[in-house]
Design a protein around this ligand. Sequence first.
Ligand code: KIV
Length: 353
Amino acid sequence: MKIVGYALYPMMILIVLWMWSRVRGMKLEEIVEKSADEHHEVNDIFAEHPRGGDWLQFESWQKESRHWVSCGEWCVQVKTTINTFTEHKKNGTKFACLTAYGYCEAHVASGAGVELLLVGDSLGMVIQGHDSSLPVTIEDVAYHVRCVRRGNQGALLMADLPFMSYYSEHTTLKNAAVLMREGAQAVKLEGGAWLANSTRLLVERGVPVCAHMGLTPQSVNHLGGYRVQGRDPVKAQTMIDEALVLQESGASFILLECIPVSLGKAITEKLDVPVIGIGAGPHTDGQIMVLHDLLGLYPGKPAKFVKNFLASNSSVHAAIQNYVSDIKNEIFPAPEQCYAWFRKNNLDCGIWR
Ligand code: KIV
């Protein structure tokens, strides 16, 4: 009799646990159903709460991060996908992107409302201390993708294909596969219309692509330095045409670096895909910054488009939150972080054709 009694206790505990998991499961299904009208699919839902599973404190989490969606008294954390950005473009909602190289910054940034984390090859400068991104290898990027992936709380994880890692069709596919296997959800390549074929190849095989145009740091030697691009009307028009070619080839994003405001505006208006800007003016759909610039950590004179958000905030988290809200409220970038069409009188009259 006693033996039967001892056996019953663990069985009862198991039954209670099973019933609890069923109740919780049903609630989750309800949540998924309710949030469907907000364009979140079942697989957009994060399986686990990163802080350990107190599902009822949704209000405070929501304030902290846009990835939290409330449904009645419950909340779920949703992942950002490329569809999120298409929606943003359609609705005119500005979005914030940021580079990340490690676990902690990925955790803080994605928790503070950054919707896209880029493991940029700028890691060659801000992490490794080189004077350009050229020495960065695919193994370096893969390592940092692994670190960022562990800290990411639902932002889209994009990774750079570094210098000379996409010189042929074979290397492009092979190296993109390395990054995607490590957890990247999109890859970024630098260049213009010549990327059309690689873009098509990648997209056909399920790899979302961001084409980085304007100032392309991997070509710093060819460009003769880190300079504003597209000030010449012919080059500006070529950039517009090539952005359209890349969109046609299937690129999910175009990233514009260091170009005049009017050119950033023209390209953003002409494209259906979301345009991310860095030093490309306030009109692009989203903005991106290098984390170390945002925190004022990188030694030397910062570029004109850089703003140190830590200078006016008391913590890294607050600085990133401020960056996100300034983008959403169209406060950043301000005119002092932008490039004019004409260098001499700092006038941007918006003429490119
Ligand atoms: O590598 C990088 O960090 C980048 C950003 C400048 C957009 O490409």
